[in-house]
Design a protein around this ligand. Structure first.
Ligand SMILES: Cc1ncc(COP(=O)(O)O)c(C=O)c1O
Length: 398
């Protein structure tokens, strides 16, 4: 743990809102901090694309800056970007979206923050499949909401049983949080799963908050079953996405939220009191990304798929790891034998081999016997990492 982590998490200073205790010491940060003190580390811990964004996208941001596009945009977002997003989703899912259904945010992170903290309140329950991206539970708990976790397992490829979700709905349920393809599992939910959950949720008056940042990182030519293509109307859905993963623009911080016009009106007010507007030149870069050709995305997908295929083989050959074939994103979340602590394994693996992964319990309490492996790094690095991991695992006596 770095000094900064200790200050933040263990300070007795009464100034801090006790709600900050809902935010755990990020497991990723802890590993990366330790790795930074070591030589010859191979990172399988990265959560952002390792590609350069397309040139025309970077150029659009530069030109926007040079043209003096340095002021605030409208609070909902740059009109040109809202129009381009509405157009894009209309064509992709044949859904009559208009700019008033969309709000541009500072990455998907802000959209998730707004959606969860604007709905969470004491006594309200949120159903969250586990393992889950680590933002959701703290944001729900920070405002007094309760997380009802639905564990998924490597043996079932971390697929979600829609009946388990539906059975968990009760009178206190406020929303269901979905994230497909998932960080940290890479699992893509089939259309039947998404439809069953979205339809039951609408019938019961429960929201579905869908984090779709990996909506383009889907392999084997599969079609992407977005919540937007599974709902009868937008009355009970909030769909979040961003340019971060699709166009390798994570640091440019442009995301968005799509919902009913009424929900967007409410969230716009909250957005004004949170970040005011998203970054203006990078919104212009977003317009360029949507209007450019798909070559960049197709090449990136082909490369991720090649890495995914090789990683699945390597995990299969690794003693003590149970893997599966993820259909999206750039993660695999293999399990260790029952009762083995993934946090200890990840730490020991880093110390003894210099391979940095992320402990499973970063993504929920039910995932302690797992590690997250990211393949957002070159095939050469993946091969080199497993040349260390396989013999090391063979020596472990779990
Ligand atoms: C599932 C998921 N949602 C949201 C985000 C954040 O995306 P953004 O960079 O657009 O804020 C990430 C980033 O790793 C993610 O994995």
């Amino acid at each position: 743990m770095s000094e900064l982590d200790i200050d933040f998490y263990e300070s007795e200073d009464p100034i801090w809102n006790p709600a900050l205790h809902t935010m755990p010491v990020p497991g990723i940060r802890r590993m990366v901090n330790l790795a930074a003190t070591m030589d010859d580390v191979i990172h399988l811990s990265i959560g952002q694309p390792d590609f350069k964004p397309p040139d025309h996208v970077v150029q659009a941001a530069v030109e926007a800056l040079q043209a003096g596009q340095t002021g605030y945009t409208m609070d909902a977002g740059l009109p040109e970007l809202l129009e381009a997003l509405a157009d894009y989703y209309r064509n992709r899912y044949q859904r009559p979206l208009v700019p008033e259904n969309i709000m541009v945010t500072t990455g998907a992170t802000e959209a998730i923050y707004l959606a969860l903290t604007a709905t969470s309140a004491p006594g309200r329950e949120f159903i969250v499949p586990e393992p889950a991206f680590m933002l959701y539970a703290p944001l729900i708990r920070m405002n007094g909401g309760v997380v009802k976790a639905i564990p998924t397992h490597a043996e079932q490829h971390h697929q979600l049983d829609p009946e388990a979700v539906i059975d968990a709905i009760d009178n206190n349920t406020c929303a269901i949080v979905l994230n497909s393809p998932s960080n940290p599992t890479g699992t893509l939910y089939p259309r039947e799963t998404v439809e069953a959950i979205v339809q039951e949720a609408a019938y019961r008056g429960v929201y579905v908050i869908s984090d779709e940042v990996y909506d383009h990182l889907v392999y084997d030519g599969r079609e992407y079953p977005s919540v937007l293509s599974c709902c009868a109307d937008l009355d009970h859905v909030m769909v979040v996405s961003s340019f971060s993963k699709t166009f390798s623009m994570a640091g440019m911080r442009i995301g968005w939220l799509m919902a009913s016009q009424g929900a967007i009106k409410k969230l716009r007010r909250y957005h004004m009191f949170t970040t005011t507007v998203a970054n203006t030149p990078c919104q212009w870069a977003g317009v360029a990304a949507l209007s450019g050709d798909r070559g960049f995305v197709d090449n990136m997908l082909a490369e991720y798929q090649r890495r995914r295929d090789r990683l699945v083989e390597l995990v299969e050959r690794t003693p003590h790891l149970t893997g599966y074939r993820p259909e999206g994103a750039f993660y695999l979340f293999p399990s260790l034998p029952e009762g083995v602590n993934g946090g200890n394994v990840a730490l020991k693996l880093l110390r003894e081999t210099g391979v940095c992964t992320v402990a499973g319990d970063t993504f929920g309490e039910s995932c302690s016997n797992a590690i997250r492996i990211s393949y957002s790094t070159s095939l050469e690095q993946i091969e080199a990492a497993f040349e260390r991991i396989i013999p090391w695992m063979a020596k472990q006596d779990f």
